[in-house]
Ligand binder design. Sequence first.
Ligand SMILES: C[S@@+](CC[C@H](N)C(=O)[O-])C[C@H]1O[C@@H](n2cnc3c(N)ncnc32)[C@H](O)[C@@H]1O
Length: 360
Amino acid sequence: MGNTIPKALVKQRKLSRKNITSNKLTSQSSLPSTSPEQPPRSSRTSSKDSTLSTVTSNPTADKPQFIWDNGRRFHNVASVAYVLPNDDAEVDRLNFQHYLIKWALDGNYQTPNETELKNGINVLDIGCGPGVWTLEMAHAFPNSDFHGIDISPVFPEAIRPANTHFQIGNAAEGLPFPDNYFDFVFQRLLLASYTLDNWKFVLKEIERVLKPSGWMEIVEINMAPGSSGPIYTEYLLAVNNGLKERGLDPYVATHLVDLVKNNVHVDPATIRTDYASLPWNWGGKMGDIGAYNVRHFFESLQPWQTKARGISDEEYAKNVSAIIEECGEHKAYNNIHFVVAQLPGPAEATPQQQIEINDG
Ligand SMILES: C[S@@+](CC[C@H](N)C(=O)[O-])C[C@H]1O[C@@H](n2cnc3c(N)ncnc32)[C@H](O)[C@@H]1O
């Protein structure tokens, strides 16, 4: 599948006028920390002696909470296909990536509900990861209440603003909230976890937990590389094929809007969709963050991809460095897409929604 038209040039212009302060990019001190377990470093030396080990953070639980593979820590939820790790290095990548996406999309959200956020509403962030979106939004809108759920406890559990609430939860098994509970549901970057059935189910769940007139915003990266050289193309397509083998759709971003329209009873007049381009190692400071993101993305997939390709860690690392160089030369990018839509108001609600409204 090809990528959609690049918006790289548009963003290139923005590179010069945007000014993201350097402390946002370098200081991790204000960001949430992950759980304390550290990887068994000795297993990082080579994919050949890659060890698979497990850790149970709750000693009373039968099942280990995490799986270790070649020095990286992963979730241990058997029913979830999610392929990325949940350790400190991945948390750092997600935090940097957050600022890149925020820059590319000109803000943390596209939904036209700023007044409601200011006045105070109930917001859910599905697959919140380290919670950087939730925390920034909670800080910007102190009258609103923010809930984040994730299969891995990488969000801040102890030190967090009073208007944030984080909990472990598998969205693919249902959102752990009552009907008609949220005014705004946000979900970003779940493509490496949801099968098509998961997508349909979670969208229905979003509809269930949203109040009438509630808004949903779904953001996904299109994994089809744009303007890429041969090595990045080959490596990314290998990842994409691996995702497809697991029943995941690396190109879901390009048909998100149809998924929403076909699975959620939304007001068609409110649907908005667009995309922006993320520059990988070109165009200035944001391109530098892009380079960091590409490097750490491939490093996060290293245990999987070295085995899949049958190559050593050393060869893989060499090729990842070559990918970064090549991305700069070719001005490579991937596009990040969003869809925003609103449920109908109480008057236009479905019969089932009417019953639920009447039941309170
Ligand atoms: C790529 S990260 C994105 C994190 C965050 N949304 C962001 O945009 O920075 C995907 C997150 O979704 C979580 N996740 C994956 N499958 C999930 C599921 N079925 N239910 C809840 N969270 C899930 C992962 O643990 C991970 O933290």
